[in-house]
Design a protein around this ligand. Structure first.
Ligand SMILES: [Zn+2]
Ligand SMILES: [Zn+2]
Length: 301
């Protein structure tokens, strides 16, 4: 019997938290002082934030000089020089921007953090990270399928095309939505809503960080620019997705082909077993979207 392998198991004993994993401060080319950046996201009700200045590593030690105001602050670094940009989220140390980017990824994976390949469709040629390179590099956790600041720069803010190509070739990579904050006008366009295990008993900053990193690495989140998903239920091949504010929900499979569509705030569908994988895009009003992570059709013995 075919069934779906997916990251949305056991959505109990925790809570949904919203976070941005790509933001710059005055330590590189951002306009916010680090604490101002934290404050900007606290005021929008975010639960976590990664500070990812260009080739500057935020470690747990220098993050400790900031007041998180209830947010989980993740150390980070945008590996920039010499190759495609990638965020080291949950950085335990500074990774040198080795032009052999596979080395960067492998080193990140030795620690608690993970790598997200950034804004693949940036620049005049819309090809900051060509598909051939995304295909060649291994063991990164995800790609930015939405990057907010790219709305004001050359190229495309979206990279669903390359994500669908990766998924269709069997790669298991998560899709992230981030602001790539460089100033106040770039705050709050794209985020990741993760189901994070409750660590309120552990009075420990590290435990909170680990819980957020665990959820993100496991894919227990959806990416959003405004649609709020209230439920994801998967049973065998049956998927139910509920939202507050979607107008249309579409199921997308191999080759980026649509296999289902509902002009509604929710969808309940049996995923056909010939699609290899399934992901769902939810359209809201205007430029609001939500994107679930992929689910893979597997055959039980
Ligand atoms: Zn960048
Ligand atoms: Zn950036």
């Amino acid at each position: 019997m075919p069934r779906l392998e997916h990251p949305y198991h056991d959505l109990t004993g925790g809570r949904w938290l919203r976070g941005n994993l790509h933001a710059h401060t005055t330590r590189s080319d951002g306009e916010h002082e680090p604490q101002q950046l934290v404050d900007a996201y606290v005021e929008r009700g975010y639960g976590f934030l990664a500070l990812t200045d260009h080739d500057i590593c935020w470690t747990p030690t220098n993050l400790a000089t900031l007041d998180p105001r209830g947010m989980v602050l993740l150390p980070g670094n945008e590996v920039t020089m010499g190759g495609p940009h990638m965020c080291h989220v949950g950085a335990d140390r500074r990774l040198e921007p080795d032009w052999r980017r596979q080395n960067v990824i492998d080193q990140a994976n030795e620690g608690p953090g993970f790598i997200v390949v950034n804004h693949p469709n940036w620049q005049q040629h819309f090809d900051h990270v060509p598909f051939s390179q995304l295909d060649l590099l291994k063991h990164y956790t995800g790609v930015e399928i939405f990057n907010g600041i790219m709305q004001h720069d050359e190229g495309s803010a979206y990279a669903l095309n390359k994500w669908d190509m990766l998924l269709s070739s069997g790669r298991r990579v998560w899709g992230f939505a981030n602001d790539d904050t460089h100033g106040q006008r770039f705050v709050g366009f794209g985020w990741n809503t993760a189901y994070v295990r409750d660590t309120s008993n552990a009075d420990d900053v590290e435990a909170g960080r680990q819980a957020v990193l665990d959820a993100l690495k496991a894919g227990r989140f959806y990416a959003s620019t405004g649609v709020h998903i209230t439920g994801i239920h998967i049973d065998g091949m049956r998927v139910t997705i509920e939202t507050d504010n979607a107008r249309r929900i579409v199921g997308i499979g191999k080759g980026g082909k649509r296999f289902a569509m509902a002009n509604d705030h929710a969808i309940e569908i049996d995923v056909p077993d010939d699609v290899s994988h399934a992901r769902f895009t939810c359209w809201g009003e205007g430029e609001q979207f939500a994107w679930t992570q992929p689910m893979w059709v597997v055959e039980d013995e």
